[in-house]
Ligand binder design. Structure first.
Ligand SMILES: Nc1ncnc2c1ncn2[C@@H]1O[C@H](COP(=O)(O)OP(=O)(O)OP(=O)(O)O)[C@@H](O)[C@H]1O
Ligand SMILES: [Mg+2]
Length: 278
């Protein structure tokens, strides 16, 4: 059985003003077939976690590990992680001018599997996944995400998920911007991938509504770069009703307590220094 294990992960990002720490010790264990939902306020670091798992070059792991079946991912390039079985559906999928959806999918599939998929079966798979996701066949010849509506971009992410067949997928707000019908279609796509390949899912969302279609085994509250609470699906309902206020306040109080303990330590050290030196 495959396992994705995130251990005490600290991540900083390159900004114009220098390096900024975003993740402060994330711990998560996702087993094959499980769905873990992550919910948390804007700016808490959810997409940073998604990028760090995928290997975005701007995000630096300063300590901790991301292990896929015991193999360290943090030292691998993005493409090596994809070959190992990781997949990211981005919050803001990027446009790739000059590359058609068909070419993109076939090139990605070939790179991941190490050989080109047999043509006839591949064309059939692409057509049937597109039709299941209610994507018009004309999308196949359009450039990736170019001029796609928000919802069309999200469907295109799930099309990749279905065809590339990773072991673990991080879905970063795949539900946002979807109308009610599209939400159902996209969720069915994720559920198909779960039942066909026993996919493990890390589902980042702001809304409980997608969790009515994709039932999570665990829900985690993410605040200030950490998981601060974990529970079952009922936690998502509670968060939707009550918001994150209680968790944000507790996290700020804990950070202030650590900062003041560190300041006290520094004061003791500097007071002791002259005596030691004397
Ligand atoms: N390249 C960057 N330069 C500067 N700051 C960054 C960069 N990337 C991330 N950050 C900051 O890191 C913090 C976490 O951002 P992140 O996108 O991970 O949040 P999020 O939890 O996904 O938020 P949302 O719910 O709005 O998508 C934010 O304060 C963001 O501004
Ligand atoms: Mg985000």
């Amino acid at each position: 059985m495959s396992v994705l294990e995130i251990k005490d992960l600290h991540v900083s990002v390159d900004t114009e003003l220098g390096s900024k720490q975003i993740l402060r010790g994330v711990n998560l264990i996702i087993e094959q077939g499980q769905t873990h939902a992550i919910m948390g306020p804007n700016g808490s670091g959810k997409s940073t976690l998604a990028y760090a798992i995928a290997g975005h070059p701007k995000y630096h792991v300063t300590s901790g590990s991301i292990l896929l079946d015991g193999e360290e991912m943090t030292t691998l390039s993005v493409d090596a992680r994809a070959r190992a079985g990781l997949f990211l559906a981005m919050q803001y999928p990027v446009e790739i001018p000059g590359v058609t959806v068909t070419n993109f999918l076939r090139t990605a599939k070939t790179a991941i599997d190490g050989s080109a998929p047999p043509l006839r079966g591949w064309i059939k798979d692409v057509k049937s996944s597109m039709s299941a996701l209610r994507m018009d066949s004309t999308f196949a010849e359009r450039n990736v995400n170019e001029g796609f509506s928000g919802g069309e971009k999200k469907r295109n992410e799930i099309l990749q998920l279905e065809l590339l067949k990773p072991k673990f997928a991080v879905l970063d707000e795949t539900d946002s911007g979807l109308d009610v019908d599209a939400l159902k279609i996209v969720s069915e796509g994720v559920n198909r991938a779960k039942s066909n390949t026993d996919l493990g899912v890390l589902l980042i969302t702001h809304y409980n509504r997608i969790l009515r279609y994709i039932t999570p085994d665990f829900v985690h509250v993410f605040v200030a770069g950490q998981v601060v609470e974990s529970g079952g699906p009922e936690l998502a309902v509670q968060l939707e009703n009550e918001g994150y206020d209680e968790y944000v306040k507790a996290s700020a109080a804990a950070a202030a307590a650590i900062a003041s303990a560190e300041a006290a330590d520094a004061a003791v050290t500097s007071a002791a220094a002259p005596a030691v030196n004397a």
